[in-house]
Design a protein around this ligand. Structure first.
Ligand SMILES: NC(=O)c1ccc[n+]([C@@H]2O[C@H](COP(=O)([O-])OP(=O)(O)OC[C@H]3O[C@@H](n4cnc5c(N)ncnc54)[C@H](OP(=O)(O)O)[C@@H]3O)[C@@H](O)[C@H]2O)c1
Length: 199
């Protein structure tokens, strides 16, 4: 935290942020930064329909962030590509799962693919692609003041980027849709950053 404070104080950075800290460590980090006089602005957690660790605990990460007045940027909202239509009919040659980079074929278990198919059906009923649904879902509480400030997406083509950016046109969900999503949006053992939370 001393290094972050120095970076801001010396003008090398505008704001201080942290990533993949547990709720407890986040509260600790925010207190240290506050003592130093540099507020914690943002936390960058992994968060998606298949990776919901930020919702667990007392307080959970979002509650901890609200307590200290910080926002959060959810990274990998597409679960590295799993929460898109690209693995519905096998593993495309040009995909991350084929290359084994940050998504392995182990993540494409039958259970996970069943969840992806279920979520894809809900996306179709909303007139969205699965990628658009996945991004809209992490941003769903934005209008109610909870601290999911933005979604940090990746893309390997302009077509993907254009598809994903369209998510912002439809961020509203009915209670019925959220309940239907919860049936499939469960922990799926895809959080590559889980070890960092124990540090
Ligand atoms: N703070 C941290 O520790 C941390 C850790 C990881 C990442 N990050 C940041 O978060 C950013 C996003 O991470 P990520 O790239 O893993 O996120 P992601 O958005 O969950 O996954 C992006 C991948 O999904 C696929 N994809 C994207 N849009 C698509 C669409 N519309 N239709 C079909 N497939 C689509 C592409 O896979 P293919 O490449 O297979 O086509 C793309 O590479 C990174 O750039 C990085 O800056 C931060």
């Amino acid at each position: 935290m001393g290094a972050l404070d120095t970076a801001v104080r010396s003008g090398r950075a505008l704001y201080a942020g942290i990533s993949s800290y547990s709720p407890e460590r986040t509260l600790e980090a925010a207190a240290i930064l506050a003592d130093l006089g540099t507020p914690l602005l943002i936390h960058q957690p992994s968060y998606s329909m298949l990776n919901r660790w930020t919702e667990n605990g007392e307080p959970n990460l979002f509650e901890a962030l609200e307590r200290v007045g910080a926002g959060s940027i959810a990274f990998s909202p597409l679960a590295q590509g799993l929460l898109t239509d690209k693995y519905l009919h096998g593993v495309p040659e040009d995909s991350r799962a084929a290359a084994g980079t940050s998504l392995s074929e182990d993540h494409l278990s039958q259970d996970n693919l069943d969840r992806v198919r279920g979520l894809n059906g809900i996306a179709e009923n909303r007139g969205q692609s699965l990628a658009q649904l996945a991004i809209a879902w992490v941003l769903r509480e934005q209008t109610k003041g909870t601290p999911v400030t933005s979604a940090l997406i990746g893309a390997s083509s302009v077509r993907q980027l254009e598809d994903s950016l369209t998510a912002a046109r439809q961020l509203d969900f009915t209670e019925e849709e959220l309940r239907a999503i919860d049936e499939f949006a469960v922990e799926s053992d895809i959080n590559l950053w889980a070890a960092a939370l124990k540090a």
